[in-house]
Design a binder for this molecule. Sequence first.
Ligand code: NAD
Length: 455
Amino acid sequence: MNRSDIIIIGAGPGGYETALLAASRGKSVTIIEAGHVGGTCLNEGCILTKSLCRSAEIVREIGESGTFGVKSGGCEVDFRAVMERKNTVVEQLRSGVETLLGHKLITLVHGRAAFKSADTVTVDGTGYTASDIIIATGSKAYIPPIPGADDPDVITSREFLGMDSLPGRLCIIGAGVIGLELASVMAAFGVQVTVLEYCREILPRFDADIAKRLKQSLVKSDMSIVNQAMVQSIERGESGLEVKYDLKGRSESVFADKVLVAVGRRADTDAMNFSDMGIAMTPKGIEVDGNMQTSVPHIYAIGDVVGGYMLAHEAVAQGRKALDHICGIENDIDLSLMPSAVFTSPEAACVGLTEQQCKEQGIPYTCRKTFFRSNGKAVCMGQTDGICKIIVAAGAGHDGLPSGDADGKILGCHLMGPHASDLIQEITALMSCGATLHRLESIIHPHPTLSEVFL
Ligand code: NAD
């Protein structure tokens, strides 16, 4: 029997980062992966999309170059080269992860794991045992039961990110994070994009102001977004795929060459025989407590398989929680303080409470708003479309400061604008220290930078 201190099942960001941290603490780790190391993020998700986002950004900048006094000879996208670059990025990062997992305390096993008992798993007939097991098996795209969704040109982001040519017309079902990021990239490449969203607004989990403004901005960049669209069926005809939908009682349709289904992901609860072990489940995935411990002692679960926001950095933080618990180390990671970003053009990002959540929870707040059009760096960049909202506790003073909204604790921040995904980290750091708006205002920010938007 192969024995180690910890078995980790799944080598996505949650699994491999936890393995590296465990090894750095002197723990022996067996990490088991059925596919490539790096998981969805590195092999079929975030990293691939971000590589395409960068290509799209360059296309946009060339298109706008005249505005900056630069003559450009136009811009034709070589999609094959775009995808080859994306593959090179993935291979480079994957080989980096493989090298790191070469640590002398880590054994990487390729294959599909199944539970034999609460401390033993098997892979292709070989048994592996450990005192603690961490499940990090991820999620898979959800395909709703729409008639016609089995057509080969109706695809998920996984197939989409492996395409070798651009579709002329693309219909995206779902204006969530995946749908909008890929819509933004495809619109920049000249694809005719229509996004159909079931809810009244795009990005239902985001602040309503940000969602509304982002929609306006994306529509300006040449795509169509239809809210309150209930997709009924997808039919193949002479003009390609016809996506039929109901719009407030009216029957409408849109024609497309490819249909991307991006209506959410689900915990991959079929990945292993969890039920044989009596591991308790919730409707979203594996049930865990605040230390990521499942109902079976010494079995932990982290990342997409427990539901949640399904973000790579969330999985990494949860992995640290689980490992600290295994090692008997106290930690103060606040898993509710989870920054999140959407890599559209312009980007959107958020952390903490929205106005809506403050209202629902009866928390007194004030909202401070500022616009990127008054930020010198944004004007120089020609990227002035954006807003910054900071939600501040109102009422009693905090941290010994007098009462008044300017002295209130920062409760949340919601951004749309250039580099929003990077900017949000300043507020995340401040919030993790319980800082007030007054504290933020007294921090010197370099000029001219986008970070001055917070002042
Ligand atoms: P999502 O939950 O972000 O969005 C799904 C959208 O589809 C929602 O707006 C929903 O209202 C809509 N929808 C659901 N059913 C529909 C239907 N039948 N017709 C039309 N619209 C419908 O899901 P996603 O975009 O698929 O992303 C999956 C997960 O991956 C998310 O949890 C997300 O956080 C994560 N992710 C994050 C990033 C990032 O952080 N940048 C990038 C990609 C994915």
